[in-house]
Write a protein that binds this ligand. Structure first.
Ligand SMILES: [Zn+2]
Length: 346
């Protein structure tokens, strides 16, 4: 086990009461934290005038930093971001702790706690990673929580985040494409379910289905999105994502269906099926379900529960019996008002 001298400093020693030179040392040791044994590097002081049994002491401030190291070792062992990594993400976007929390829509002191005492939830952890990896997503979150910033700070932060955008990245280009496809649907109408496109919500919904539903391929994902929007519309008079759907042979297909597959919460993987290649959708990380209201979550759970084990063809056949499908024709936009007649999902 490593145990080495950092420096020798003169101070008022709490053990012998004298002012003298004591050794400040660093050693590898272990601690028990939340039931796990974690390795960490502890800083301690050594007095050569006290008994061998009780010749070590740790000032309160050093104790705090030792504890932070214990928590960070625990975080790393659990695959979570260490406190300094969270701080790095903030400094990447030049944000204070409370600004980072505000950007993500969290309580003001959430990030402050994560950088000190509290071990973050897995979903909060993956959101922080995602905004670090995708400045596009950081921008979405910032815009979504704009009211939490002064105009001046908002535009400063927006500029920093934009400077981080890799404008040549495929994701950036796809998101720009989606936005331009939806510019003509910015106004609330029967076609977007009286809601303008909410990419953040769409991203989270797709991540949710990717982890909750089996046999998930492109066609099935698109039907799940339509059922989500249609059922939410039927219950609350507006859609959840703001996607606009077209009547196609295989049921409802949102405009930009290829582009939305680039959202950061999911990954499309090629899979050999018989003699053919299928494109299976898998989650990239756990999504933050706390962005959903109780009503939204109940719709998602119902749709996921109903279609969990359906194959693509079964959900297509199921949708073919919907009035929204029967009463529209090929390539026609599907108005949400027809979702009022949605079959009961149960
Ligand atoms: Zn001493």
């Amino acid at each position: 086990m490593k145990d080495r001298l950092i420096e020798s400093i003169e101070l008022n020693c709490p053990l012998c009461g004298d002012t003298h030179r004591v050794e400040k040392r660093l050693r590898e040791t272990q601690a028990l934290f939340k039931g796990e044994i974690v390795d960490y590097e502890e800083v301690y002081f050594l007095c050569d005038r006290a008994d061998d049994e009780e010749n070590e002491f740790v000032p309160a401030k050093v104790m705090d930093s030792n504890l932070l190291k214990v928590r960070d070792s625990y975080r790393i062992a659990k695959g979570l971001l260490a406190s300094y990594e969270i701080a790095e993400i903030r400094s990447y976007y030049r944000l204070t702790q409370s600004e980072f929390a505000a950007m993500l829509g969290w309580g003001e002191v959430t990030v402050t706690r994560y950088e000190s005492k509290t071990i973050q939830d897995e979903t909060y952890d993956s959101l922080m990673r995602m905004v670090r990896e995708n400045s596009m997503l950081a921008l979405e979150y910032l815009d979504k929580h704009r009211e939490r910033f002064t105009d001046k700070r908002y535009s400063e932060i927006r500029q920093t985040v934009k400077n981080r955008l890799d404008v040549s990245s495929p994701m950036y280009l796809k998101m720009q494409e989606i936005k331009s496809m939806y510019t003509k649907f910015e106004e609330a109408s029967d076609y977007n379910g009286f809601k303008s496109l909410d990419i953040e919500k769409l991203t989270t919904i797709m991540g949710y289905y990717a982890s909750e539903v089996n046999h998930l391929y492109k066609v099935k994902m698109m039907k799940l999105l339509w059922y989500t929007d249609a059922l939410y519309y039927k219950r609350y008079g507006k859609s959840m994502t703001g996607l606009v759907y077209v009547h196609m042979t295989y049921g409802a297909l949102p405009i930009g269906f290829n582009e939305i597959l680039s959202v950061p919460t999911i990954q499309v993987v090629e899979e050999m099926m018989y003699e053919d290649i299928g494109y299976k959708i898998v989650p990239t990380s756990k999504v933050d379900e706390s962005i959903f209201s109780k009503e939204e979550l109940s719709v998602l759970e119902l749709v996921a529960g109903k279609f969990k084990n359906y194959r693509s063809k079964q959900i297509v056949d199921y949708m073919h019996e919907e009035k929204a499908y029967i009463e529209t024709s090929d390539h026609e936009l599907i108005p949400f008002s027809l979702a009022r007649e949605l079959k009961e999902l149960s």
